[in-house]
Design a protein around this ligand. Structure first.
Ligand code: NAG
Ligand code: NAG
Ligand code: NAG
Ligand code: NAG
Length: 369
């Protein structure tokens, strides 16, 4: 982690003569926000001031979450129900519909979903860039830098308008489109498998051809569903023809939430820093009954099973399928699941509404996600 703090501090030293920096944080959602919070806490511990841009409508970001952050709220014109309905639709597509579709159907559906996603992204962005009140406050805030997960676009343009350095925190983008095209990260298709292509770095000739096509195909899809319209939006805001990708390339540092030994070997640039696990903290003791359950596994170890921050319920059929598979392994299983208890639940599996994932993984290393 020291590289992150070294980088952040370097920027702060360059732009601020005071001891603590004045950091503006771009809005984000779900696990992206969960990941960001511990980083912000650490920055505050080190004497920096953190201000979080928070939309009036969000599933995860609230303006009362931590008294340590300052909040800069902004209004959006859609409702929480609208976002939740969209998320439900997206999750349903990725968990159920995709299985029964061919490539073309998946592609068409994906384009539709991207379009809706884009509509919400621009709705958020309107709330910041097209609000005189908010932009005035941001300018008066005299921020030293903008820290953003580029999941929601517009942080780059905002940093440009405010004339402050920009730091990205990113896990990855589809086929590494943003890192490659905007961050100039080299990705030779002969040996760097595209993210989500399911390929490895051991490819025969036909797999390499597929890898090349996969990159090209994703680039075309993103150009049509994302870049083209974003270019138009940026151009409208700036009043001159503007390339959103070029704007993204002005990020000074890309903090990548992974590690070189976690991915296949690939070339990197000096302003790409690995910060995987940056949100992890030393394990705290587990609740008593959970500790007892974990210990009862003996040498077999435990499996932590979760479908992430977004998926709370699945169909009974899927739940039973998962439960019966988990019942067959020798480990004790802790499953984060909010639905009804599946009939096929094994004696080795326990369901929890919520699990202290950091503390479990901090102490025990078997994990399935
Ligand atoms: C923040 O406010 C919401 C509703 O306004 C409430 O449900 C939630 O518990 C509050 N969170 C904290 C940490 O106080
Ligand atoms: C958001 O909307 C509320 C209610 O209409 C208003 O009071 C508030 O000033 C708005 N906030 C911003 C930042 O424009
Ligand atoms: C390349 O590997 C794939 C997957 O293992 C295999 O299906 C395919 O037949 C191989 N192609 C060639 C040309 O060896
Ligand atoms: C999950 O819950 C939501 C809201 O209660 C519901 O609309 C949705 O159909 C459920 N999904 C599944 C897969 O059961």
């Amino acid at each position: 982690h020291s590289s992150l703090y070294a980088s952040v501090l370097l920027i702060l030293c360059m732009t601020s003569s005071a001891n603590g920096g004045n950091i503006l944080v771009w809005y984000t959602e779900a696990s992206h926000w969960i990941n960001m919070k511990p980083v912000l806490d650490t920055l505050i511990n080190r004497g920096h001031q953190v201000t979080v841009l928070t939309p009036s409508v969000s599933m995860f970001m609230k303006t009362n979450e931590s008294s340590r952050f300052r909040y800069e709220p902004f209004n959006v014109s859609f409702s929480l129900e609208a976002i939740e309905a969209y998320m439900e639709e997206f999750l349903h597509f990725s968990m159920y519909e995709m299985d029964q579709m061919n490539y073309l159907q998946i592609y068409i559906r994906f384009m539709e979903i991207m379009k809706t996603d884009f509509y919400f992204s621009l709705g958020y962005l309107d709330g910041v860039l097209k609000s005189d009140t908010v932009m005035k406050k941001l300018k008066e805030g005299k921020y030293d830098l903008l820290l953003a997960d580029p999941l929601y676009p517009g942080s780059d343009l905002t940093a440009e308008i405010l004339d402050i350095p920009l730091i990205f925190s990113l896990r990855f983008s589809l086929a590494n489109n943003w890192e490659r095209l905007c961050g100039q990260l080299p990705a030779p298709p002969s040996f760097v498998p595209a993210a989500m292509s399911k390929l490895t770095d051991q490819m025969n000739f036909s797999e390499r051809v597929w890898n090349l096509l996969f990159y090209a195909l994703q680039d075309i899809v993103l150009e049509k569903t994302f870049w083209k319209e974003l270019d138009e939006y940026y151009s409208e805001v700036k009043g001159t023809p503007t390339s959103a990708c070029e704007m993204m390339s002005r990020a000074d540092i890309w903090l990548m939430r992974t590690y070189w030994d976690f991915d296949f070997p690939h070339p990197f640039l000096p302003n790409f820093k690995f910060v995987g696990g940056i949100h992890c903290r030393p394990a705290k003791p587990l609740p008593e009954d959970m500790e007892e359950f974990v210990q009862s596994s003996g040498d077999n170890g435990v499996v932590v099973f979760t479908l992430g921050s977004m998926i709370n319920n699945i169909t009974t059929e899927k739940a039973n399928m998962i439960a019966s598979a988990l019942a067959q392994i020798p480990q004790k299983v802790l499953w984060r699941y909010r639905g009804e208890e599946p009939e096929t639940l094994g004696a080795n599996t326990r369901i929890y509404n919520w699990i202290p994932q950091n503390d479990l993984l901090g102490k025990y290393i078997f994990s399935v996600k």
